[in-house]
Design a protein around this ligand. Sequence first.
Ligand code: OAD
Length: 241
Amino acid sequence: MNISVQDVSSIMVLTGAGISAESGVPTFRGEDGLWRQYRAEELATPRAFYRDPKLVWEWYDWRRGLIGGCQPNQAHRTLVEIEARFEDFVLVTQNVDGLHSLAGSRKIVELHGNIWRMRCTQMCRPSWEDRSAVLRALPPRCPSCGEMARPDVVWFGEVLPGEAIETADTAARRCQLMLVIGTSALVQPAASIPLLALQSGATVVEFNPQPTPLSDHVDITVREPAAESLPRWWARWLVES
Ligand code: OAD
């Protein structure tokens, strides 16, 4: 690393499905990735939901069950340590699995929502958390107005939560160091966030066993699974600093 821990006052992290792969959560585009087995347009669009809400909810219920049995791994835990070390820290995730908060991370921006939250399709109240292992009736109903509830996640064709994307953009322009962990960098606008950081002069480190469209642009690429490589990288950086 060309900078030491003491020289960095502002750090940002962007994570994708790969950081949870070693926890047992399937990625989207890997070998056993969800989008290799299912068609996104049949399960993760507003159109698909209103055509067949029960089918879409069954898929989310299956994923909730799967994720519910997963625990954070060493990469999630290392990010908690990193957060404790830097005052100006933001963790931006595309993941909806909630494993960062389970690990103990605090400053989390969820760009694509959270699978453990639901919201009313009539927007009669703020979204709410529901961690039931199995949802009794599908589709679930809004407890306030009785209308259909939907997962509080971002589907294809939907706009990202404005505050989340603004926070991510600002952090990217401000940070001195950005860690990009386990994302294929194919889905916008998240994929452009590291480019903003690079343009603003930040050092960007990518952790991913596979090359991505970002790889040629970043300063350092660590081509190994994150649960092994991130703790090792962090320990080495501390020693070198
Ligand atoms: P992808 O499934 O597209 O990419 C996962 C990335 O993680 C790949 O580049 C893998 O090489 C890498 N990877 C796999 N195992 C890893 C490991 N152990 N350590 C580090 N990296 C590993 O997932 P995302 O980039 O998160 O959006 O996908 C972005 C968005 O596309 C998702 O948030 C989701 C999806 O459609 C929505 O649902 C809106």
